[in-house]
Design a protein around this ligand. Sequence first.
Ligand SMILES: [Zn+2]
Length: 138
Amino acid sequence: MIKVCPACSSTWAGGIVCEDCGATLRDPYAHDARTLPGGIWRYIRLQYGARRGMIVRVVGILLGPVTAALCLRAAAGSDRPWSIVLALAALPLGFFTWYVLHVGAGRAVKIWVLRRGQLNRKKLARALARKVTRGVPQ
Ligand SMILES: [Zn+2]
């Protein structure tokens, strides 16, 4: 069960008191969860997205050797020219499988998780332009 700290937005896997700031932890799915600060939900989504990326990377670590082993197994059952080709391709295929999942998970987290909470560049440019034009003495 996930618990959140309403004071510092830390998330914990259970417990009663926040170990960071000492505030009482609350269940974000309880009936009175609407009283939690609005920014806490963005933080929880960010953490779940990052964890999803880590899970995909672990799947990549597990699937890389499995791909290499399956390729070696296919090589053992093949005739002479293909058995050598498959045996030589087993290691690069295992690394390729791991690499695709590793890099893909990192990019997915950057695109779908981290960019959501970022500042809109157009709004930032307008705010900076407003600040500059107001700050100039006339
Ligand atoms: Zn706290």
